[in-house]
Design a protein around this ligand. Sequence first.
Ligand code: B12
Length: 219
Amino acid sequence: MSSKEELLQKLHDTVVAFDEEGTKQAAEEIVSGGHDPLEAVMKGLAYGMETVGRLFKEQEYFVPEVLLCADALNAGMAVLKPHIPSSGEDNTLGRVVIGTIQGDVHDIGKNLVKLMLEVGGFTVHDLGNNVPYESFIEEQERTGAEIIGISAMLTTTMMGMKKVIEMAKKKNPRIAVMIGGAPVTPNVVKLFKADGYAQSASTVVAEAKRLMEAFCPAQ
Ligand code: B12
Protein backbone atom coordinates (compact mmCIF):
# COMPACT_ATOMS: atom_id res chain seq x y z
CA MET A 1 0.00 0.00 0.00
CA SER A 2 1.49 3.37 -1.04
CA SER A 3 1.60 6.33 1.37
CA LYS A 4 -0.41 9.50 0.71
CA GLU A 5 2.75 11.37 -0.34
CA GLU A 6 3.67 8.62 -2.78
CA LEU A 7 0.20 8.70 -4.29
CA LEU A 8 0.22 12.50 -4.67
CA GLN A 9 3.56 12.21 -6.42
CA LYS A 10 2.17 9.43 -8.60
CA LEU A 11 -0.79 11.61 -9.59
CA HIS A 12 1.63 14.40 -10.53
CA ASP A 13 3.97 12.10 -12.44
CA THR A 14 1.26 10.26 -14.38
CA VAL A 15 -0.38 13.53 -15.49
CA VAL A 16 3.01 14.77 -16.72
CA ALA A 17 3.66 11.43 -18.46
CA PHE A 18 0.10 11.51 -19.92
CA ASP A 19 -0.39 8.07 -18.46
CA GLU A 20 -4.19 8.12 -18.22
CA GLU A 21 -4.46 4.59 -16.84
CA GLY A 22 -1.79 5.32 -14.20
CA THR A 23 -3.60 8.50 -13.11
CA LYS A 24 -6.85 6.59 -12.78
CA GLN A 25 -5.17 3.89 -10.70
CA ALA A 26 -3.47 6.38 -8.37
CA ALA A 27 -6.81 8.20 -7.92
CA GLU A 28 -8.52 4.91 -7.08
CA GLU A 29 -5.82 4.19 -4.49
CA ILE A 30 -6.41 7.63 -2.96
CA VAL A 31 -10.07 6.73 -2.53
CA SER A 32 -9.54 3.16 -1.31
CA GLY A 33 -6.82 4.36 1.09
CA GLY A 34 -9.22 6.87 2.66
CA HIS A 35 -7.08 9.90 1.72
CA ASP A 36 -8.51 13.37 1.09
CA PRO A 37 -9.70 13.46 -2.57
CA LEU A 38 -9.69 17.28 -2.71
CA GLU A 39 -6.07 17.39 -1.57
CA ALA A 40 -5.33 14.82 -4.29
CA VAL A 41 -6.89 17.09 -6.94
CA MET A 42 -4.91 20.14 -5.82
CA LYS A 43 -1.58 18.65 -4.76
CA GLY A 44 -1.53 15.82 -7.28
CA LEU A 45 -3.47 16.57 -10.49
CA ALA A 46 -3.25 20.39 -10.55
CA TYR A 47 0.39 20.29 -9.50
CA GLY A 48 1.05 17.93 -12.42
CA MET A 49 -0.58 20.41 -14.80
CA GLU A 50 1.69 23.17 -13.45
CA THR A 51 4.70 21.09 -14.46
CA VAL A 52 3.12 20.51 -17.87
CA GLY A 53 2.79 24.30 -18.23
CA ARG A 54 6.49 24.68 -17.57
CA LEU A 55 7.39 21.97 -20.11
CA PHE A 56 5.14 23.67 -22.68
CA LYS A 57 6.86 26.99 -22.04
CA GLU A 58 10.27 25.35 -22.44
CA GLN A 59 9.03 23.82 -25.71
CA GLU A 60 9.63 20.32 -24.46
CA TYR A 61 5.89 19.66 -24.82
CA PHE A 62 3.61 20.86 -27.62
CA VAL A 63 -0.17 21.03 -27.97
CA PRO A 64 -0.73 17.28 -28.61
CA GLU A 65 1.18 16.27 -25.44
CA VAL A 66 -0.61 18.93 -23.39
CA LEU A 67 -3.99 17.63 -24.60
CA LEU A 68 -3.04 14.10 -23.52
CA CYS A 69 -1.96 15.42 -20.10
CA ALA A 70 -5.35 17.13 -19.80
CA ASP A 71 -7.02 13.78 -20.61
CA ALA A 72 -5.05 12.10 -17.80
CA LEU A 73 -6.00 14.89 -15.40
CA ASN A 74 -9.67 14.54 -16.34
CA ALA A 75 -9.52 10.76 -15.87
CA GLY A 76 -8.22 11.32 -12.33
CA MET A 77 -10.89 13.95 -11.69
CA ALA A 78 -13.61 11.53 -12.80
CA VAL A 79 -12.52 9.10 -10.08
CA LEU A 80 -11.98 11.67 -7.32
CA LYS A 81 -14.84 14.12 -7.82
CA PRO A 82 -17.71 11.83 -6.73
CA HIS A 83 -15.92 11.44 -3.38
CA ILE A 84 -15.68 15.18 -2.75
CA PRO A 85 -18.70 16.68 -0.96
CA SER A 86 -20.36 18.48 -3.84
CA SER A 87 -23.06 20.99 -4.58
CA GLY A 88 -26.57 20.44 -3.37
CA GLU A 89 -29.36 21.97 -1.37
CA ASP A 90 -26.96 23.09 1.33
CA ASN A 91 -24.89 25.26 -0.98
CA THR A 92 -26.35 28.47 0.28
CA LEU A 93 -23.45 30.90 0.60
CA GLY A 94 -24.20 32.40 -2.80
CA ARG A 95 -24.56 31.72 -6.51
CA VAL A 96 -21.83 32.05 -9.10
CA VAL A 97 -22.08 32.00 -12.89
CA ILE A 98 -18.73 30.85 -14.25
CA GLY A 99 -17.19 30.31 -17.67
CA THR A 100 -14.10 30.70 -19.84
CA ILE A 101 -14.33 33.72 -22.08
CA GLN A 102 -15.15 33.71 -25.80
CA GLY A 103 -12.29 32.50 -28.03
CA ASP A 104 -10.62 30.57 -25.22
CA VAL A 105 -10.88 26.80 -24.71
CA HIS A 106 -8.72 26.49 -21.57
CA ASP A 107 -10.98 25.10 -18.88
CA ILE A 108 -8.85 23.10 -16.44
CA GLY A 109 -8.30 26.05 -14.08
CA LYS A 110 -11.92 27.14 -14.39
CA ASN A 111 -13.07 23.62 -13.49
CA LEU A 112 -10.86 23.64 -10.38
CA VAL A 113 -12.27 27.00 -9.33
CA LYS A 114 -15.78 25.61 -9.81
CA LEU A 115 -14.94 22.57 -7.69
CA MET A 116 -13.52 24.69 -4.85
CA LEU A 117 -16.56 27.00 -4.88
CA GLU A 118 -18.94 24.05 -4.72
CA VAL A 119 -16.99 22.43 -1.92
CA GLY A 120 -16.86 25.81 -0.19
CA GLY A 121 -20.66 26.12 -0.16
CA PHE A 122 -21.55 28.04 -3.33
CA THR A 123 -23.96 27.01 -6.08
CA VAL A 124 -22.17 27.22 -9.41
CA HIS A 125 -23.74 27.59 -12.85
CA ASP A 126 -21.05 26.53 -15.31
CA LEU A 127 -21.27 27.82 -18.88
CA GLY A 128 -18.22 25.86 -20.04
CA ASN A 129 -15.56 27.35 -22.28
CA ASN A 130 -15.56 29.70 -25.28
CA VAL A 131 -18.52 31.52 -23.73
CA PRO A 132 -19.97 34.48 -25.69
CA TYR A 133 -19.91 37.73 -23.69
CA GLU A 134 -23.71 38.07 -23.61
CA SER A 135 -24.16 34.55 -22.23
CA PHE A 136 -22.57 35.56 -18.91
CA ILE A 137 -25.14 38.34 -18.57
CA GLU A 138 -28.09 36.19 -19.70
CA GLU A 139 -27.18 33.37 -17.29
CA GLN A 140 -26.77 35.81 -14.40
CA GLU A 141 -30.25 37.18 -15.11
CA ARG A 142 -31.72 33.69 -15.42
CA THR A 143 -30.22 32.41 -12.17
CA GLY A 144 -30.10 35.61 -10.09
CA ALA A 145 -26.47 34.85 -9.27
CA GLU A 146 -24.68 37.38 -7.08
CA ILE A 147 -21.27 36.74 -8.67
CA ILE A 148 -20.00 36.29 -12.22
CA GLY A 149 -16.64 34.50 -12.50
CA ILE A 150 -14.66 34.76 -15.74
CA SER A 151 -11.59 32.79 -16.70
CA ALA A 152 -9.14 33.71 -19.48
CA MET A 153 -5.79 32.10 -20.29
CA LEU A 154 -4.75 34.05 -23.36
CA THR A 155 -3.62 37.68 -23.33
CA THR A 156 -5.82 38.23 -26.39
CA THR A 157 -9.05 36.73 -24.98
CA MET A 158 -8.43 38.38 -21.63
CA MET A 159 -9.53 41.68 -23.16
CA GLY A 160 -13.06 40.27 -23.46
CA MET A 161 -13.32 40.22 -19.67
CA LYS A 162 -13.37 44.02 -19.64
CA LYS A 163 -16.34 43.96 -22.01
CA VAL A 164 -18.30 41.51 -19.84
CA ILE A 165 -17.56 43.56 -16.72
CA GLU A 166 -18.85 46.71 -18.44
CA MET A 167 -21.96 44.89 -19.68
CA ALA A 168 -22.68 43.43 -16.23
CA LYS A 169 -22.21 46.73 -14.41
CA LYS A 170 -24.42 48.54 -16.90
CA LYS A 171 -27.23 46.07 -16.21
CA ASN A 172 -26.75 46.06 -12.45
CA PRO A 173 -23.85 47.66 -10.55
CA ARG A 174 -24.52 45.32 -7.61
CA ILE A 175 -23.39 42.23 -9.47
CA ALA A 176 -19.88 41.28 -8.39
CA VAL A 177 -17.46 40.15 -11.08
CA MET A 178 -14.35 38.19 -10.26
CA ILE A 179 -11.73 37.22 -12.78
CA GLY A 180 -8.77 34.87 -13.01
CA GLY A 181 -6.42 32.94 -15.27
CA ALA A 182 -2.68 32.89 -15.94
CA PRO A 183 -2.39 36.34 -17.60
CA VAL A 184 -4.53 38.10 -14.99
CA THR A 185 -2.54 40.21 -12.53
CA PRO A 186 -3.68 42.64 -9.80
CA ASN A 187 -2.95 45.44 -12.30
CA VAL A 188 -5.30 43.91 -14.86
CA VAL A 189 -7.95 43.59 -12.15
CA LYS A 190 -7.66 47.33 -11.45
CA LEU A 191 -7.58 48.28 -15.12
CA PHE A 192 -10.66 46.21 -15.96
CA LYS A 193 -12.46 47.42 -12.80
CA ALA A 194 -13.17 43.84 -11.68
CA ASP A 195 -14.43 43.42 -8.13
CA GLY A 196 -12.50 40.28 -7.25
CA TYR A 197 -9.60 38.08 -8.23
CA ALA A 198 -7.90 34.89 -7.14
CA GLN A 199 -4.51 33.79 -8.34
CA SER A 200 -5.35 30.17 -7.65
CA ALA A 201 -8.27 27.98 -6.68
CA SER A 202 -6.99 27.80 -3.10
CA THR A 203 -8.03 31.41 -2.38
CA VAL A 204 -11.18 31.60 -4.49
CA VAL A 205 -13.65 30.69 -1.74
CA ALA A 206 -12.32 33.40 0.59
CA GLU A 207 -12.55 35.90 -2.28
CA ALA A 208 -16.14 34.89 -3.13
CA LYS A 209 -17.12 35.22 0.54
CA ARG A 210 -15.56 38.68 0.65
CA LEU A 211 -17.57 39.69 -2.42
CA MET A 212 -20.80 38.39 -0.89
CA GLU A 213 -20.19 40.51 2.21
CA ALA A 214 -19.35 43.58 0.16
CA PHE A 215 -22.18 43.27 -2.37
CA CYS A 216 -24.93 41.50 -0.39
CA PRO A 217 -24.34 42.56 3.23
CA ALA A 218 -27.90 41.74 4.32
CA GLN A 219 -27.69 38.08 3.36
C1 B12 B 1 -3.37 23.06 -20.85
C2 B12 B 1 -3.05 24.16 -21.82
C3 B12 B 1 -3.67 24.12 -23.08
C4 B12 B 1 -4.68 23.05 -23.47
C5 B12 B 1 -6.04 23.39 -22.82
C6 B12 B 1 -6.82 22.16 -22.39
C7 B12 B 1 -7.98 22.52 -21.50
N1 B12 B 1 -9.04 21.76 -21.64
O1 B12 B 1 -7.95 23.46 -20.70
C8 B12 B 1 -4.69 23.19 -25.03
C9 B12 B 1 -3.69 22.21 -25.60
C10 B12 B 1 -6.04 22.98 -25.71
C11 B12 B 1 -4.15 24.60 -25.21
C12 B12 B 1 -4.33 25.32 -26.38
C13 B12 B 1 -3.75 26.57 -26.60
N2 B12 B 1 -2.87 27.22 -25.77
CO1 B12 B 1 -2.57 26.70 -23.93
N3 B12 B 1 -1.86 26.20 -22.28
C14 B12 B 1 -2.12 25.20 -21.48
C15 B12 B 1 -1.17 25.28 -20.26
C16 B12 B 1 0.02 24.37 -20.57
C17 B12 B 1 -1.72 24.88 -18.92
C18 B12 B 1 -2.99 25.61 -18.48
C19 B12 B 1 -3.55 24.92 -17.27
O2 B12 B 1 -4.44 24.09 -17.38
N4 B12 B 1 -2.96 25.18 -16.08
C20 B12 B 1 -3.29 24.51 -14.83
C21 B12 B 1 -4.43 25.23 -14.12
C22 B12 B 1 -4.73 24.54 -12.81
O3 B12 B 1 -4.01 26.56 -13.83
P1 B12 B 1 -4.72 27.85 -14.42
O4 B12 B 1 -5.39 27.52 -15.67
O5 B12 B 1 -3.79 28.99 -14.38
O6 B12 B 1 -5.91 28.15 -13.37
C23 B12 B 1 -5.69 28.61 -12.04
C24 B12 B 1 -5.64 30.14 -11.88
O7 B12 B 1 -5.28 30.81 -13.06
C25 B12 B 1 -6.98 30.51 -11.34
N5 B12 B 1 -8.10 30.77 -12.26
C26 B12 B 1 -8.31 30.32 -13.51
N6 B12 B 1 -9.49 30.73 -13.97
C27 B12 B 1 -10.07 31.46 -13.01
C28 B12 B 1 -11.29 32.14 -12.97
C29 B12 B 1 -11.65 32.84 -11.83
C30 B12 B 1 -12.98 33.54 -11.78
C31 B12 B 1 -10.75 32.92 -10.73
C32 B12 B 1 -11.12 33.71 -9.53
C33 B12 B 1 -9.51 32.24 -10.77
C34 B12 B 1 -9.18 31.52 -11.90
O8 B12 B 1 -7.33 29.38 -10.55
C35 B12 B 1 -6.96 28.20 -11.28
C36 B12 B 1 -6.77 27.03 -10.38
O9 B12 B 1 -5.73 27.21 -9.44
C37 B12 B 1 -0.79 26.80 -20.28
C38 B12 B 1 0.54 27.15 -19.61
C39 B12 B 1 0.37 27.92 -18.32
N7 B12 B 1 1.48 28.20 -17.71
O10 B12 B 1 -0.69 28.31 -17.91
C40 B12 B 1 -0.82 27.11 -21.78
C41 B12 B 1 -1.09 28.53 -22.27
C42 B12 B 1 -2.21 29.18 -21.47
N8 B12 B 1 -1.54 28.29 -23.63
C43 B12 B 1 -1.07 29.15 -24.49
C44 B12 B 1 -1.32 29.14 -25.89
C45 B12 B 1 -0.56 30.15 -26.71
C46 B12 B 1 -2.24 28.23 -26.46
C47 B12 B 1 -2.64 28.13 -27.95
C48 B12 B 1 -2.82 29.46 -28.69
C49 B12 B 1 -1.58 27.23 -28.60
C50 B12 B 1 -1.70 26.99 -30.06
N9 B12 B 1 -0.66 27.38 -30.75
O11 B12 B 1 -2.70 26.50 -30.54
C51 B12 B 1 -3.97 27.33 -27.87
C52 B12 B 1 -5.19 28.27 -27.72
C53 B12 B 1 -6.49 27.59 -27.84
C54 B12 B 1 -7.63 28.53 -27.46
N10 B12 B 1 -8.23 29.19 -28.44
O12 B12 B 1 -7.98 28.65 -26.32
C55 B12 B 1 -0.20 30.21 -23.80
C56 B12 B 1 -0.90 31.56 -23.67
C57 B12 B 1 0.05 32.72 -23.93
C58 B12 B 1 -0.62 34.03 -23.76
N11 B12 B 1 -0.08 34.79 -22.84
O13 B12 B 1 -1.57 34.38 -24.40
C59 B12 B 1 0.17 29.49 -22.45
C60 B12 B 1 0.40 30.45 -21.26
C61 B12 B 1 1.46 28.68 -22.72
C62 B12 B 1 2.68 29.53 -23.00
N12 B12 B 1 3.53 29.75 -22.04
O14 B12 B 1 2.88 29.99 -24.09
N13 B12 B 1 -3.48 25.02 -24.11
